[in-house]
Design a protein around this ligand. Structure first.
Ligand code: BGC
Ligand code: BGC
Length: 628
């Protein structure tokens, strides 16, 4: 028996699963679904025809690693289709081997079921295999949007896929194809930009993860991708979130159908039709249609019109829908209602991190009561099995570790360093302050100059990310030191400035993820007092002054801009801070362009290209160039 957590509306006791003696016999080795030469659809149909209702419901269920780790037999007993690692949910040994051993141990439990259906292991590799210490950590998506380079995005995602799959997980909950329309959103950095056309252009990352053809999924270099969060997650109204402490995240998108399709759904059309994405995650947020009168927000996880009608119907999505973290529990009503509503709306697999046993029990009861049809169940399970066959999991369920040696390798880090360099946006450059000259005496100030955790941001080793020396790599300061032997570093600019030719002040944010980073609950777009003081001190004392912003989104610099000779947006570069130094010193040119509008003040948000009375500090697309 499995342990039960308590959630509202759940049956308090759950009957023991039927004894294995009652189950039908295991499939013979000659069963068509075990024959790798047969077409996937034939194998799916054959397997579906052999499965009991319990086995089907199990396939639709995803539990969190931490919930099954202590009692791994749950995977067998509940016949789980999938396990995930939430942000920071890592094995005791956070090494490639530790990961692969853990995933393989879970896999053996799935293979102990009657039909030996392999487990799918999912993880958020959102800027590299970021839960693994030692992985190559790339800039977050907003920075990749600044590169305007879809080939580079594909390349970074190829590396991410390779590093991820070599450690076990065959599925990443990425890329986010959210269109950020309000920078106060804590997930702004997960977006490629505010223009749906830019986001769509950057979807080459899907091919980087999955490969160009479905058959590439079998290779140890690729993983199944997920575009998320369908749809409207970046376009919610400030203050509309009902989640504690959040203002925008998980809130309500108030819109009309036409605008919604153009702004928020468009990236999904491309993800499905052009890149053949394998899975899609609905959004925590709700949609409230203007043409229906506003006032009736409907959670995306309950939105049959948008999930089944638009996505699976009109757009033709034939992969599967994975619910977000316990998101169905935000649908009004008791648990049975939440389960029934979401499955009938079109959700296929359910991320119920800590309540998988209750989910299984509840869905079984709903089907038996006739409130969920068998054809809906078969449709959901068929979609999930299709992915498992395409990934080659029936033939090779265990981790193919052959590429583990490439994790965090110099070759991979070199691509990340290039991505960092291409993502830097030069917003101001007066008196030719940049590029810096190698012989100059350089004075560096600001915590973010030398903080690996801060430059990597959220979703790095842990969900929220963390300041400090949390992963191997190069900080921005270490990058600068590769170019100059005369560097003085003073975090708070207290060291004497005399004799310095150039001051580099690195300002920015500390890590956060999701709604925790929403402006309004302690977070702000304004610079910290310490950062302002550093700018004032250094720019006041040293002839040439360069300010570098290490943050997930534009910060308000309007009143300090006149003091700066040069201003660079670095975003969240990840593990290779040397890429920042490469452009500062002119080894590579500045070519990045703003993927979002830079506001003059916090209360100018939301402000986006195309708005009436558009008067930002820097417009969308701004970015000065330098030569090599
Ligand atoms: C996030 C998703 C993520 C999931 C699993 C959720 O809170 O919204 O983006 O994939 O957790 O970690
Ligand atoms: C997990 C994340 C998840 C979040 C949702 C965290 O505990 O680590 O993966 O997105 O919870 O609230």
């Amino acid at each position: 028996m499995v342990a039960l957590a308590t959630i509202a509306g759940l049956p308090s006791a759950i009957a023991a699963p039927p004894a294995s003696a009652v189950s039908p016999p295991a499939a013979p080795a000659s069963a068509p679904y075990l024959n790798k030469w047969l077409p996937v659809s034939t194998r799916v149909d054959d397997l579906l025809g052999r499965m009991t209702l319990e086995e089907k419901v199990g396939q639709m269920t995803q539990a969190e690693r931490g919930a099954v780790d202590g009692d791994r037999d749950q995977i067998t007993e509940l016949k789980l289709g999938s396990v995930l690692s939430g942000g920071g949910s890592v094995p005791a040994e956070n090494t490639p081997e530790g990961w692969a051993d853990m995933v393989d141990a879970y896999q053996s439990k799935a293979l102990a079921t009657r039909l030996r259906i392999p487990l799918l292991y999912g993880i958020d590799s959102v800027h590299g295999h970021n839960n693994l210490v030692g992985a190559t950590v790339f800039p977050h998506n907003i920075a990749m949007g600044a590169t305007r380079n879809p080939r580079l995005v594909r390349e970074t995602q190829e590396i991410t896929a390779k590093e991820t799959r070599a450690t076990g997980p065959q599925w990443s909950f990425a890329p986010c194809v959210c269109v950020v329309r309000d920078l106060r959103w804590g997930r702004a950095y997960e977006s490629y930009g505010e223009d749906p056309k830019l986001v769509t252009k950057m979807e080459t990352g899907i091919e980087g993860l999955q490969g160009r053809h479905r058959r590439d999924l079998k290779s140890p270099e690729h993983v199944l991708a997920t575009v998320k969060h369908y749809a409207g997650d970046g376009d919610t109204v400030f203050g509309s979130s009902t989640t504690d402490g959040y203002t925008l995240d998980q809130g309500v998108t108030v819109t009309d159908r036409r605008t919604f399709m153009k702004t928020n759904v468009a990236p999904y059309v491309t993800a499905v039709r052009k890149h053949d994405v394998g899975s899609i995650m609905p959004s925590f947020s709700s949609v409230d249609w203007k043409e229906d009168g506003v006032g009736n927000p409907l959670k995306m996880h309950a939105h049959k019109e948008l999930l089944t009608g638009v996505l699976k119907g009109e757009i033709g999505f034939d992969g599967f829908l994975i619910s977000d973290w316990a998101a169905i529990q935000q649908i009004p009503g008791d648990y049975a209602t939440q389960v029934r509503t979401s499955v009938n709306a079109g959700v296929d697999m359910f991320m119920e991190p800590n309540t998988a046993p209750q989910f299984v029990e509840t869905l079984l009861a709903e089907v038996r009561a006739g409130r969920v049809t068998m054809s809906r169940i078969d449709d959901a399970v068929g979609r999930i099995l299709k992915a498992k066959f395409e990934l080659g999991l029936f033939e090779r369920p265990y981790t193919d570790r052959r590429h583990a040696g490439t994790i965090g390798s110099p070759a991979h880090r070199e691509v990340a360093r290039r991505a960092v360099a291409e993502s830097q946006v030069l917003l101001k450059n007066s008196r030719r302050a940049l590029p810096l000259k190698r012989g100059e005496d350089i004075y560096v100030a600001g915590v973010n100059a030398d903080d690996m955790g801060n430059q990597a941001g959220g979703w790095t080793v842990t969900w929220q990310g963390q300041s400090g020396d949390i992963i191997p790599g190069t900080t921005i300061l270490e990058g600068i030191e590769q170019y100059s032997r005369n560097v003085t570093y003073s975090e708070d600019a207290s060291a004497p400035t005399s004799g310095s030719d150039v001051g580099v002040v690195v300002v920015g944010e500390t890590p956060y993820a999701e709604g925790v980073g929403d402006v309004g609950n302690g977070h702000t777009l304004n610079l910290s007092d310490a950062d302002k003081a550093n700018i004032d001190k250094v720019c006041g004392a040293i002839e040439t002054c360069v300010v570098v912003d290490v943050a997930g989104r534009p910060q308000i610099v309007t009143d300090r801009l006149p003091e700066m000779d040069a201003f660079v947006m670095s975003w969240l570069p990840g593990s290779e801070g040397a890429g920042v130094a490469d452009v500062l010193f002119g080894k590579r040119p500045f070519t990045g362009r703003l993927p979002v509008t830079w506001p003059r003040s916090e209360d100018q948000e939301p402000i986006n290209i195309g708005d009436r009375d558009y008067d930002p500090l820097f417009p969308y697309g701004h970015g000065l160039r330098t030569r090599r």
